[in-house]
Design a protein around this ligand. Structure first.
Ligand code: FAD
Length: 494
């Protein structure tokens, strides 16, 4: 149904034959070539259930050399390939559109080295983000350990520089390929900064060893950046070297209720001013966003109902210092009546209970319903105008719009929720939301990427000369266009 819904035509690629299957089976062992419909189905459908391919084969390499042999073979045969990590992507980039061969990194899950001194982690690209967080924490005492042990330990340890709601399933290779942001980007910056090196396999099977354990390495073109955020269209990432920050010893989380979006903005300004270097997360949710996760998972709200909520986290190294700062901040915003209700805690169980409704919105929005999910960078002063304009745009249709997101990064997630996929709602919302964002000089994809679902709207964020330059890079890296066709670039999509 992807073909009919999105009017896309299959590229001029070969079809997988029994002889091809035989080749794959000789490169991998039989058990790592999935052919049965029951086994391949989940790999063909994305997490939002908005894109469904019909690939007959899923390949599960364990080593870089196997990936190299697979891609080299597919390139010679002109077989299209879809690289897949944890399949949690939200733009339909991780599943085939037609019959592309799926190369899953699920079995490339070896941690190769953790160096406490430099804070460097080296691993294969199929490692699950949460597994890596646990592994680096075991080198001492990291943020997550702090959550469940004491706050006053003198040990120091490592944490991962990124964290997101899908951490239990997403792979580090998928994170790099989408340049994932998440809830701590405000503190640690994006992956272009924290990835020290990587290894990737080009479409023709050439292995590019760009691994490095240093922050500083000015030896010519910074090729690793080509692969960060290119969503599997320029190569398949096989290994990663990433800089892990020292874990914070003191964490506080506040959940605040506010009456207006203007109060949200003023509270954010006060948080930046009063919390400064210890501010590690600043999230906003509107009432319907919070209700979405509370209702889906039967959770309790940390406070009573308000039109807007903010979740503010601080991470520092001394609890008494940080508490003093957060108390001063809270006193200011309450006295100014910017915040009308709130709760603050440094108890591990309570912090988890506050984060839970925010972190589960990403899955709650697909539970028993259909959601059109958007991810914009917009100027903060217009951040919520987009939600209001969308609500108006669909006011006569059986749908609801709500907003939440990483306010501290100007990153709004806009959700349009309805019972099931509805083409009229789809037509009403797109391209409306992209045009609105473009007029504000915003970005039509803040952190999720372009994938399949947004490729035809790329021109709302990139000038034609820039899209042409992207196409030239694609042609240079992958002349036969076998890697993730129909994704990112607006080719082949009517
Ligand atoms: P996949 O979904 O499998 O793939 C994503 C893209 O990368 C595809 O184009 C795929 O072809 C390509 N790819 C995957 N692995 C490789 C590889 N090894 N080499 C080359 N290309 C590859 N995203 C955020 O940025 N911030 C958030 O806060 C956030 N929260 C989320 C919360 C939930 C509940 C969910 C479901 C998703 C969320 N996401 C978020 C989106 C998603 O989790 C991220 O995009 C994540 O980085 C995808 O990783 P993955 O391993 O699942 O990749």
């Amino acid at each position: 149904f992807t073909k009919d819904r999105y009017q896309v035509t299959r590229g001029d690629f070969s079809q997988v034959t029994d002889a091809d299957i035989g080749q794959f089976q000789s490169i991998l062992k039989n058990s790592r070539v999935l052919l049965d419909d029951n086994d391949t189905q989940a790999y063909n459908i994305d997490t939002m259930k908005s894109v469904r391919g019909y690939s007959r084969v899923v390949l599960k390499p364990k080593t870089t050399e196997e990936v190299s042999k697979i891609l080299s073979y597919c390139n010679d045969r002109k077989l299209a390939v879809c690289p897949q990590g944890g399949n949690t992507g939200l733009v339909g980039g991780s599943v085939p559109v037609f019959d592309e061969v799926i190369v899953s990194t699920q079995l490339m899950n070896r941690i190769e080295n953790i160096d406490e001194l430099s804070g460097t982690l080296e691993c294969q690209s199929g490692c699950i983000l949460e597994v890596l967080e646990q592994a680096v924490s075991e080198k001492g005492l990291c943020e997550h350990k702090i959550l469940f042990k004491k706050n006053d330990s003198n040990e120091s340890s490592l944490g991962m520089p990124l964290d997101l709601g899908a951490k239990g399933s997403c792979h580090i290779g998928g994170n790099l390929s989408t340049n994932a942001g998440g809830i701590r980007l405000l503190r640690y910056g994006n992956l272009h900064g924290s990835v020290l090196g990587l290894e990737a396999v080009k479409a023709d099977g050439t292995i590019l060893d760009l691994m490095s354990n240093f922050k500083k390495d000015n030896t010519g073109y910074h090729l690793k950046h080509l692969f960060i955020g290119s969503e599997g269209t320029l190569g398949l990432i096989t290994k990663v070297s990433i800089s892990c920050p020292t874990a914070s010893r003191a964490i506080n989380v506040a959940f605040l209720g506010l009456e207006s979006y203007d109060a949200v903005l003023q509270t954010f300004l006060a948080a930046k001013r009063d919390l400064g270097e210890i501010l590690s997360s600043c999230e906003m949710l509107d009432k319907d966003a919070l209700d979405c996760s509370l209702n889906a998972y039967n959770l309790r709200s940390p406070i009573s109902k308000y039109p807007f909520y903010m979740l503010i986290e601080t991470s520092g190294s001394r609890m008494d210092h940080d508490e003093e700062k957060i108390n001063k901040f809270l006193q200011y915003v309450m006295e100014k009546k910017l915040v009308v209700d709130g709760t603050v805690t440094n108890e591990p169980g309570k912090m988890k209970a506050i984060w839970e409704p925010r972190e589960t919105i990403g899955t709650a929005m697909f539970k028993d319903c259909y959601s059109f999910s958007y991810d914009f960078s917009v100027p903060l002063k217009n951040f919520y105008d987009l939600v209001n304009a969308t609500k108006k745009q669909i006011s006569d249709l059986p749908a609801n719009a709500f907003g939440f997101g990483h306010l501290g990064d100007s990153n709004l997630h806009l959700i349009v929720q309805c019972k099931e996929y509805d083409s009229e709602i789809h037509r009403r919302v797109e391209p409306f939301v992209y045009e609105f964002t473009s007029k504000l000089k915003g970005s039509i994809s803040s952190e999720h990427g372009i994938g399949f679902l947004k490729s035809k709207y790329l021109q709302f964020s990139k000038k034609s000369e820039c899209i042409d330059a992207m196409k030239e890079i694609k042609t240079f890296m992958d002349p036969n266009g076998i890697l993730n066709p129909y994704k990112v670039l607006p080719k082949n999509v009517c």
